[in-house]
Design a protein. Structure first.
Ligand code: FMN
Length: 404
């Protein structure tokens, strides 16, 4: 089959001795897409879109500077597959054909800076209809109507179980709701294809719609979409099939999951292995290994953790399924990131908040791991040429300085 042939062509780690490059800076080809290095900018919602879900100038500046920073792959924030599936009124949307042109501008800007552009698609399920983080991240209520004209909307989920105590109870989805949500994911994938993205990721983590179907904590259904691993996985696999059918065979599909719920009776890493195997058979190329988030307070972003705390999940899925994996979560130091790739624990590392702190993190990592010569090879010449020249003149001045 064409798809299998393309997967078999996935280029593995080049011989590091031959390239003399740190593994973090070796290329990776997934299907027909060549990534120049193993550094990925993780999807991060910016809550900067208009109510129509369309990007603004902010997004062009934001993704442009991330593209310039030297990563091999830059993901957009989650593009919501329907207005109901948004977290907030300012989420980016993938639900209307009007998004294709503006998203194509983001694609062009990222690609022109030398990175591959990736998109992520999401339905927020029972965690939809919340305030922006800096307004509280709580469900929309009367105060949001008064202050910003932002009324809550009805949320949906596999079962009528709220995300957190005191949160609105979602409406249990009917069969036709589920079919519609699957079709919305496929339509958003088609729009991402039309916009020209190189990589697509399905967001099935952090307590959003697909995750609530997967987890026995969010899913009490008795209609074949719950009750057993096969039932819990069914909706997630239907989405994967529908999205794959819209996503080109020569472009890789990533799938982000919460590898564990870390809660009594919740989803486990063994189940993530089974799910990943089934996704691999459906044409998913990379498992993006996050964790937790069924309740808002438990997301990796807010709970105290240590560097690389989710790497063991990427390592386990890679070892047990043979799929490529992406590690994410508090990866901050270049030497640590290099170790993750060099030790074969994951194929890619995703950088989130550290890239907000320093959009040039990949360039900084190259300077740390390769040395000043990286300025010319890793950074674009408009910057690299000058920085390399500065480095050489500083070095010359050091040599000429009389010994003290
Ligand atoms: C501002 C912000 C927005 C985020 N939005 C998304 C998102 O749209 N999709 C997603 O899968 N994860 C999202 N995340 C999670 C990140 O992709 C990443 O998994 C998490 O921040 C952990 O990585 P880090 O420690 O490098 O930041 C977001 C995180 C932050 C900080």
């Amino acid at each position: 089959m064409e798809r299998d042939r393309m997967m078999a062509e996935r280029v593995d780690l080049p011989d590091a001795d031959a390239t003399r490059l740190p593994r973090l800076f070796t290329p990776l080809t997934l299907r027909g897409v060549a990534l120049k290095n193993r550094i990925v900018i993780s999807p991060m919602q910016q809550y900067a879109a208009g109510r129509d879900g369309l990007p603004t100038d902010y997004h062009l500046a934001h993704y442009g500077r991330l593209g310039m920073g030297g990563a091999g792959l830059v993901f957009t924030e989650a593009l919501c597959v329907s207005p109901r599936g948004r977290l907030t009124y300012s989420d980016l949307g993938g639900w209307d054909d009007a998004c294709v042109g503006p998203l194509a501008r983001i694609v062009d800007i990222v690609r022109e800076q030398g990175a591959a552009p990736g998109a992520q698609i999401l339905h927020a399920g029972r965690k939809a209809a919340v305030q922006r983080p800096w307004h509280g991240f709580d469900p929309l209520s009367g105060i949001d109507i008064d202050e910003r004209g932002e009324a809550p909307w009805e949320t949906v989920g596999p079962s009528a179980l709220p995300a957190n105590p005191g949160w609105p109870t979602p409406r249990e989805m009917t069969r036709s709701d589920m079919d519609a949500a699957v079709a919305e994911h496929a339509a958003a994938a088609r729009r991402c294809r039309e916009a020209g993205f190189d990589v697509l990721e399905i967001h099935a983590a952090h307590g959003y719609l697909i995750h609530t179907f997967l987890s026995p904590i969010g899913n009490r259904r008795s209609d074949g979409y719950g009750g057993s691993l096969k039932g819990w996985m069914r909706f997630a696999l239907e989405v994967a099939d529908a999205v794959r059918s819209e996503w080109p065979d020569d472009k890789p599909l990533f799938y982000r999951i919460s590898c564990i719920d870390d809660e009594e009776g919740g989803w486990t890493i063994d189940e993530s292995v089974e799910l990943s195997r089934a996704l691999g058979e459906r044409g998913v190329d990379v498992m993006d290994c996050s964790s937790r988030g069924l309740g808002l307070r438990g997301t990796p972003v807010v709970a105290p953790r240590e560097q690389g705390f989710q790497v063991p999940f990427a390592e386990r899925l890679k070892r047990d399924t043979g799929l490529a994996t992406m590690a994410v979560g508090l990866i901050m130091e270049p030497a640590y990131a290099e170790g993750v790739i060099a030790e074969g624990r994951a194929d890619l590392v995703a950088i989130g908040r550290e890239a907000l702190n320093d959009p040039n993190w990949p360039v900084r990592a190259a300077r740390a791991l390769i040395g000043p010569e990286s300025y010319e090879s890793v950074w674009q010449p408009r910057h690299g040429w000058w920085l390399s020249k500065r480095e050489k003149s500083l070095e010359a001045a050091r040599r000429e300085r009389p010994a003290e």
